[in-house]
Design a protein around this ligand. Structure first.
Ligand SMILES: Nc1nc2c(ncn2[C@@H]2O[C@H](COP(=O)(O)OP(=O)(O)O)[C@@H](O)[C@H]2O)c(=O)[nH]1
Ligand SMILES: [Mg+2]
Length: 220
């Protein structure tokens, strides 16, 4: 688990930092989604992200301040290749975005999954996001059932959102809050008692109090 700069000050409580990377083809709305979550509004003049950009927002879980650090990247291969190692370091969770009006961005998900796998992140909490649900017609949008099948195949929840519509901001909120809660409660279960050799066996499990990761975030 990463901690913020105050870790060197004795007596100050360390803030947990969750690093979440946002992947997906260029133009699907990664920058607008992270902006919506961190700044609470639609980013009017979104320019192509060059290399890596990150935004932060502090949320509260069980009265504890948690810093969510959202890393947003350019979808283009030419930028990704040069900074990929840096980008994937100390990642806690992954958001994969496609544009529901552009099937080719949905078909790229398989290669994004391969990239995630090659960086050993298949065990990290992941969500699939179909963005721009304010666009197109019901016929031109990728069917939810189709996307849900893929999400189920990879064992991740599916969210359909719009970074543009204020009425959809709760959905954008849910994407990152779902991941934050998953990360917060991601503590391994351990057996603390097994009862009755002859009678019915009852196994009690409890959550281990262990930090999720203990690495230091590069950008804190
Ligand atoms: N209608 C609509 N446009 C969006 C939405 N999200 C992003 N855009 C637009 O899509 C384009 C690409 O968005 P951007 O966030 O830069 O995509 P990125 O390349 O994945 O970071 C921009 O022109 C945005 O204004 C959305 O939810 N609805
Ligand atoms: Mg961008």
């Amino acid at each position: 688990m990463s901690t913020s700069a105050n870790e060197s000050v004795p007596g100050l409580k360390q803030k947990k930092v969750f690093k979440i990377i946002v992947l997906g083809d260029s133009g699907v709305g990664k920058t607008c989604l992270t902006f919506r979550f961190c700044e609470g509004q639609f980013l009017d003049k979104s320019e192509a992200t060059i290399g890596v950009d990150f935004r932060e927002r502090t949320i509260k879980i069980r009265n504890e301040d948690i810093k969510l650090q959202l890393w947003d990247t350019a979808g283009q291969e030419r930028f990704r290749k040069s900074m990929v190692q840096h980008y994937y370091r100390n990642v806690h969770a992954v958001v994969i975005v496609y544009d529901i009006t552009k099937p080719e961005t949905f078909h790229s998900i398989a290669s994004w999954m391969q990239e995630i796998e090659s960086h050993g992140l298949m065990g990290a909490p992941r969500v699939l996001v179909g963005n721009k649900c304010d666009c197109g017609t019901p016929e031109s949008r990728l069917a939810t059932t189709y996307a849900q099948r893929l999400a189920d195949k990879y064992g991740m929840p599916l969210f359909e959102t719009s970074a543009l519509l204020d009425s959809e901001c709760d959905n954008v909120e849910s994407i990152f809050m779902t991941l934050a809660h998953k990360l917060y409660s991601k503590q391994p279960l351990r057996v603390i008692s097994v009862e009755g050799e002859l009678g019915p066996r009852r196994v009690t499990l409890s959550r281990q109090k262990r930090p999720l990761r203990n690495d230091t975030c590069l950008c804190s």
